[in-house]
Design a protein around this ligand. Structure first.
Ligand code: FES
Ligand SMILES: [Fe+2]
Length: 358
């Protein structure tokens, strides 16, 4: 497992990519994706091969063999690194070629760019710095809920034919639940739209909190927890530049306090890594961790299944939105409404970061 301290190897710079905030940790993969096969993934316009060596080390390299440019993702993973699938050059996790079959001398220039990666809480993070070879300026984010025995989580990786910020917009405004997700986590649309929303910012983080006491539990909540006619729902959204943490759930009225940090009830802890692929496409890494009610222990899988269904619905909406934006011209004006406060703040943060890197 890599750590920030041993990650001082050469890190690629994407300084010429001003479309994305740099000096950030982005999600490259979930740990569970890295098995015995390399993965090809374009991240911030960079074709990258992700792999876990036989020794367990996670690595991210430029997806191009320095010999004749076959993608290294077409090769095979070995204990020492990845072997090109054309003429067998073997690359170590630091990008150096360490073996050329049939040739003793390895030229000094036989190497490819390696990226700084670190694996934490079942998430593989990749550092994109603004300078060639720049070391991370801060640790990769923590996400302890993946390792909390109180929860069980499932995950998925979606490709989006839409720019990354449209996914930010969607996640920062959960008023859409009552219109898009009626079959799962929706509920009463009017209550969503009328719920008081508290939006605060701190550095590059935006927090949106909405409380909806006395609301009918939506289908996923009822499937997972023995709620009566009403529940007290909460939504806490934390936006960070490359990912969001969304804690939602509900307590039984009168039994728990809706904003007690140690509240019981039914919890859905969503992790949302949003990594631009290009200016117009994105990778969406989601996970959902949920707790179990003692009388309904088997329902976590149902929650995760319904979450997947829910995020499928979001993808349909967002991709249709972007298709239409292209049809009408991306400069066609938008009209903001009251639910947009968090999303507008997040866009300001991204704009400020892009501006400061120019
Ligand atoms: S192209 Fe990779 S070894 Fe020849
Ligand atoms: Fe949604």
């Amino acid at each position: 497992m890599n750590t920030i301290s041993d990650a001082m190897k050469m890190s690629a710079s994407v300084a010429n990519q001003s479309s994305f905030p740099l000096n950030q940790w982005y999600v490259a993969a979930f740990s569970g994706e890295l098995t015995d096969k390399p993965i090809a993934r374009k991240l911030l316009n960079q074709p990258v091969v992700l792999l876990r060596t036989g020794g367990g080390q996670v690595a991210a390299l430029e997806d191009r063999c320095c010999h004749r440019s076959l993608p290294l993702s077409c090769g095979t993973v070995e204990s020492g690194g990845v072997r090109c699938g054309y003429h067998g050059l073997l690359y170590a996790p630091n990008g150096s070629c360490i073996e050329i079959p049939g040739q003793e001398r390895i030229p000094a220039k036989a190497k490819v760019t390696s990226y700084v990666v670190t694996e934490k809480n079942h998430i593989v993070w990749i550092w994109f710095g603004s300078e060639e070879g720049s070391a991370p300026t801060h640790d990769a984010p923590d996400y302890p809920h993946h390792d909390d025995p109180k929860y069980k989580f499932g995950w998925g990786v979606y490709h989006y034919d839409a720019p990354y910020q449209l996914i930010h917009d969607n996640l920062l405004d959960l008023s859409h639940l009552g219109y898009v997700h009626l079959k799962t986590i929706g509920g009463n649309a009017r209550q969503h739209m009328n719920a008081e929303m508290k939006v605060t910012s701190e550095g590059n983080m935006v927090r949106v909190i909405r409380l909806m006491p006395g609301t009918p539990p939506p289908p996923t909540y009822k499937a997972a927890y023995p709620f009566g006619d009403k529940c007290d729902r909460w939504q806490e959204i934390e936006f960070d530049v490359s990912h969001l943490r969304i804690w939602t759930g509900a307590v039984e009225p009168g039994k728990d306090v809706i904003d007690d940090p140690d509240r019981g009830g039914f919890h859905m802890r969503g992790f949302h890594g949003i990594t631009p692929e290009t200016e117009t496409t994105a990778h969406y890494f989601w996970s959902m961790a949920s707790n179990k009610h003692p009388d309904m222990p088997e329902t976590i899988d149902t929650v995760i299944e319904q979450t997947k269904y829910t995020f499928d619905e979001d993808r349909v909406v967002i991709e249709a939105q972007y298709k239409n934006m292209r049809q009408f011209g991306e400069q066609a004006a938008w009209t903001d409404i009251h639910v947009d406060v968090g999303a507008v703040r997040a866009r300001r943060i991204i704009a400020k970061l892009l501006e400061s890197s120019r």
